[in-house]
Design a protein around this ligand. Structure first.
Ligand SMILES: Cc1cc2nc3c(=O)[nH]c(=O)nc-3n(C[C@H](O)[C@H](O)[C@H](O)COP(=O)(O)OP(=O)(O)OC[C@H]3O[C@@H](n4cnc5c(N)ncnc54)[C@H](O)[C@@H]3O)c2cc1C
Length: 560
């Protein structure tokens, strides 16, 4: 029998925007459900630089976005300090960079209301000894580093504490429209597929919020609405350790390989901007890796010889703008777009082909997600006739979840402060002890989330250090068996999935030490444990199990 679920607001997409909207609505007392086709931050929110923009990057190209970033980053620093590291940022130019751009930078920052302090080259090199000796100009701005996983999880956790619901691995696949009134349609049912089981169920929504990021056009299309989206892929590299303490930006018009962000124990370097057509095949290319390293080394020479532990790619959800120059996706606005599909999108007037209860929010940045959520929740509240105002700019974003464990280096601080006798270390790269995984597993179960290696990866630092899951995956799987979270062959499936996913990220950076690391991993899991033969072994075991259960049949077969 099909399940039918009634919910005032259905949010499609569990990125920072969707979870931010859930938090905003829940704080206003409006019930909502977030459905995500994978897991939290499976889209761009989990595949970005983690730069909390001061706005300085956009002062030349998009002053409105620049000013928006300046305001929103201050709010996020106030409400979510535990998700942010206030590193500060440096803009540096090297020999050969455009002197006009350098001269224009401080006045442009001033116009957008962005703090910008001029530094001598010597001051910059003292602050960041890793900078190139060919540096010719430097400015200090208020950039910071944000952990987007921590941010989205905290959004969702706080929303759940205020009555919201979250379904992972659930994908909106069809909208059923009420077409009784010509030209005035509304979504009466949303058909949802559970991507783990393949089962489908229907949701009856009051209002549907399309927060599907780069997939927003595909989701809008389920209602017959066409959105002109541009898919701009960006590739990023993760270094083995932290290379600088500040965010380092190249002082030139936005280009490839010009931002280095310290992200807890590592640094994240990128990015590229390549137009793509297919959202199902997003991966970093070897050529991008080589190009990025060559570009970055001009600014920070150590990037040439650094050990990289993985690469990843994400797609920016950009909305096509008719006046954007062809071929350069950086010229497409990084601002956000909120569409009320009850109205004509260009004139904001009632339209012939309206869908009363659908809104789409897309574009923007992690830095501006809270504002995007506020504007969307205002529109949803208006549609529901609710006047409770937004409170997200003043309400601290701190939930009761064991979220400290997601912070790299946090476990070691806690461990050093309060070492519990008898506790053992499960992850040496990120120093996470057994007791912390136990706590997280209990929390996942209490919150009806799947307690498996992938969920643990999302909610903690598992698999994120230099060994990319080689040792922690084994130890934590053992713990999950001991504590009866998994049984049978689930452990093998868990490890295989985690390592295969981690390997995708390692492939483009396999040289030097990381190649040796990957070979060790292969030696342990393939040669020693035979994980590459796991599927075959499972078939053989299943046959043995069946034989044991049906000895008569076996006897007959043997008799032949
Ligand atoms: C390479 C790169 C670097 C970036 N760097 C920065 C940065 O440093 N700072 C910054 O502020 N911003 C940065 N951004 C921008 C930022 O990452 C995005 O703007 C932001 O994460 C978008 O969030 P979102 O929730 O709107 O979309 P997403 O995070 O993409 O979330 C959409 C979600 O919807 C889900 N979904 C799609 N279809 C369905 C469906 N039918 N049913 C259910 N779920 C569905 C997807 O699985 C996905 O999880 C960067 C982006 C990229 C690509």
């Amino acid at each position: 029998m099909k399940k039918l679920l009634k919910i005032p607001v259905l949010i499609i997409g569990g990125g920072v925007t969707g979870t931010g909207i859930a938090r905003d609505l829940a704080l206003r007392g409006i019930h909502c459900l977030v459905i995500e086709k994978g897991n939290i931050n499976d889209g761009a929110s989990g595949r970005n630089h983690g730069l909390l923009h001061s706005g300085a990057r956009y002062v030349g190209s998009d002053p409105d976005s620049a000013a928006e970033c300046a305001r929103e980053s201050q709010i996020l620093k106030k409400i979510a300090p535990h998700c942010i590291e206030d590193t500060g940022g440096l803009y540096v130019a090297v020999q050969g960079d455009d002197p006009t751009y350098i001269a224009n930078f401080p006045p442009l920052c001033k116009q957008a209301g962005i703090n910008c302090q001029s530094l001598s080259v010597q001051e910059a090199l003292t602050l960041e000894p890793a900078l190139s000796k060919r540096t010719i100009a430097a400015f200090r701005v208020n950039d910071a580093s944000v952990d987007p996983f921590h941010l989205s999880l905290e959004n969702m956790n706080q929303a759940i504490e205020h009555g919201a619901k979250y379904y992972s691995n659930c994908q909106a696949i069809e909208f059923i429209l009420d077409k009784k009134r010509p030209g005035k349609q509304s979504i009466t049912k949303v058909r949802v597929r559970n991507n783990l089981t393949g089962n489908c169920f229907n949701i009856t929504p009051g209002v549907v919020v399309n927060a599907a990021g780069a997939w927003a056009g595909i989701v809008a299309n389920l209602a017959g609405i066409s959105l002109d989206m541009i898919y701009s892929k960006g590739t990023l590299l993760v270094t083995h350790n932290r290379i600088t303490t500040h965010v380092i930006n190249r002082l030139r018009p936005a280009a490839d390989g010009d931002i280095l962000v310290p992200g807890r124990t590592v640094s994240i370097f990128g990015t590229t901007s390549t137009r793509i057509d297919n959202l199902d095949d997003i991966h970093p290319e070897f050529t991008e890796t080589d190009f990025l390293v060559a570009q970055g080394a001009q600014m920070v020479p150590g990037l040439e010889t650094a050990r990289y532990i993985r690469a990843y790619a994400g797609v920016r959800p950009l909305v096509s703008r008719k006046d954007a120059p062809k071929g350069d996706d950086r010229a497409v606005s990084r601002g956000f777009y909120l569409f009320d599909h009850a109205k004509d999108q260009t004139k904001n007037q009632p339209t012939e082909n309206q869908v009363d209860n659908l809104v789409t929010i897309t574009g923007g940045k992690v830095t501006t997600y809270r504002l995007m959520a506020e504007k969307t929740a205002d529109l949803v509240a208006e549609k529901l006739g609710i006047s409770t105002p937004c409170s997200t700019a003043d309400t601290p974003l701190i939930s009761r979840a064991p979220s400290k464990l997601i912070e790299a280096g946090m476990s070691v601080k806690l461990w050093a402060k309060d070492p519990s006798p008898g506790d053992s270390m499960m992850c040496e790269c990120e120093m996470v002890p057994k007791s912390h995984f136990k706590e997280l597993l209990t929390w996942l179960k209490q919150n009806r989330e799947t307690a498996d290696l992938n969920s643990l990866r999302i909610h903690s630092r598992l698999g994120k250090g230099a060994c990319q899951g080689t040792f922690c995956s084994l130890r934590v799987t053992g713990l999950m068996y001991d504590e009866t979270y998994i049984k049978g062959s689930q452990g093998l499936d868990n490890i295989k999935f985690l390592l295969e996913e981690r390997f995708k990220g390692q492939k483009p950076v396999l040289w030097g030490s990381q190649l040796a690391q990957a070979e060790l991993n292969e030696g342990i899991f393939c040669s020693f444990f035979g994980l590459d033969m796991a599927d075959q072994n499972r078939v053989d075991n299943d046959m043995v199990d069946q034989d044991m259960a049906n000895p008569g049949i076996k006897g007959q077969a043997n008799g032949k």
